[in-house]
Write a protein that binds this ligand. Structure first.
Ligand SMILES: Nc1ncnc2c1ncn2[C@@H]1O[C@H](COP(=O)(O)OP(=O)(O)OP(=O)(O)O)[C@@H](O)[C@H]1O
Length: 393
């Protein structure tokens, strides 16, 4: 989709900003360019929409050499979002969003409808925000308008230069999540510049880690974190790369423990007996549709079963709020455990039915992380990894 072939950019003062760069971005892929200040990320990006011309080499967009395409025509195929947004202060949010459709000569009504649709998509109600002016918005809202505007003419390619750099960390995480959801729906080919490795890891399908004017590693986030190609990359991703992996490692069914399972309508004395026989401290409680209800402790089951009217599990089970679907990240799993002060979380199917699949404990979470690191290092699946464990006596 976008291909760099031996691209070099030397500025007139002799600075080599980009040095013999070759890489390719597939259609619908989100590639983050990450690296320290001055390493050539912005120069790379601006060569794609010809705000900067390469000194040598060529860039192909959909197999076409962009130097053969009229720059104005080219830019209409490419959405561009920058940190300072660059909204027109005297135009309303709706007018700002409809800028490109307007330039393309769309009918006014069609352009406005499209703008309203996009504002909705980025989480801004057009009936509330459409008639406001940019200075009546928060920084995060302005960034959303920037994204909506870049998408308005439905360009196949999106260039984003530190689009969330100017907002505080909480808003930033929010914008990142929204953007991921949006990207899942629109599937643009995206080049995203950031100097923040966390952001690069969260957003990128692949990451290009820049050294000076060169890409040191071009790989999936888990691989960059798991097997940095050079000492430079290892340094850049940081000593806490093990922790960062949490956010790019999904929960897989093979990671889960299978505690005893009882049903809401099971007689309590039978449940107590099952817990005793399995020597378990608690059981997961499911309803008749195999959906998670909560849990039952062995102590409660035993005490209840000794009472006058033991009844069923239903009267003694506790609700469980700490749960996630398969595929959620280990970081979410860890955060959920902390949020609910829970020693385990339930994991359910991703589909709308949400059958119970198993539980994740701190020990299994740690094991999943170790397996994923080892699997990436050896290019095998997680299930094939044999872990050696240092055990307490
Ligand atoms: N117009 C210019 N003339 C001369 N040198 C330039 C020019 N623009 C950029 N440079 C230099 O080229 C190098 C790469 O700059 P670039 O803006 O691509 O880096 P960057 O990785 O995007 O940095 P940042 O994260 O700080 O934005 C830097 O050394 C910069 O000083």
């Amino acid at each position: 989709m976008i291909r760099f072939e031996h691209v070099t950019k030397r500025y007139p003062d002799g600075t080599t900003a980009v040095d013999d760069l070759s890489f390719e971005v597939a259609e619908g892929e989100l590639v983050t360019l990450v690296g320290p200040s001055g390493c050539g990320k912005t120069t790379t990006m601006k060569m794609v929409n010809r705000l900067i011309e390469p000194t040598s080499g060529r860039i192909l967009l959909q197999d076409e050499d962009i130097s053969d395409v009229d720059a104005v025509e080219l830019r209409r195929r490419i959405g561009y979002v920058i940190q300072q947004v660059g909204l027109f202060p005297h135009k309303t949010v709706l007018e700002n969003t409809a800028t490109v459709p307007h330039l393309l000569g769309w009918k006014r009504g069609k352009g406005r409808d499209r703008a309203a649709e996009l504002l909705d998509l980025v989480g801004l109600d057009p009936s509330v925000y459409g008639d406001r002016y940019p200075d009546q918005l928060s920084g995060g809202q302005r960034q959303r308008v920037g994204v909506a505007r870049a998408l308005a003419a439905d360009p196949p390619v999106l260039l984003m230069d530190e689009p969330f750099g100017a907002v505080d960390p909480v808003v930033r995480e929010h914008l990142q999540n929204e953007f991921l959801r949006l990207q899942a729906a629109v599937r643009k080919t995206v080049l995203f510049v950031t100097h923040d490795i966390e952001e690069a890891v969260r957003l990128g399908d692949r990451i290009a880690v820049y050294g000076e004017g060169r890409i040191e590693q071009y790989d999936a986030p888990a691989a960059v974190l798991g097997t940095p190609a050079t000492d430079y990359v290892a340094d850049f991703v940081g000593a806490d790369r093990g922790l960062k992996r949490l956010s790019v490692t999904p929960i897989e069914p093979g990671d889960l423990e299978q505690p005893p399972v009882v049903r809401l309508d099971d007689p309590l004395d039978r449940a107590a007996e099952q817990l005793r026989a399995e020597d378990a401290r608690w059981a997961v409680v499911l309803d008749a549709d195999d959906q998670l209800h909560g849990w039952l402790s062995a102590e409660q089951a035993k005490a209840g079963a000794l009472g006058d009217k033991p009844g069923t599990v239903r009267e003694h089970a506790r609700r469980m709020e700490a749960w996630l679907p398969v595929g959620a990240s280990l970081k979410q799993a860890f955060a959920t455990m902390l949020q609910h002060d829970a020693g385990w979380i339930a994991v359910i199917d991703e589909d709308s039915v949400g059958h119970f699949r198993g539980v994740l404990t701190p020990a299994t979470l740690h094991e999943a992380l170790r397996r994923s690191t080892a699997a990436d290092a050896r290019d095998i699946t997680r299930a094939e990894v044999e872990l050696e464990t240092v055990r307490g006596s």
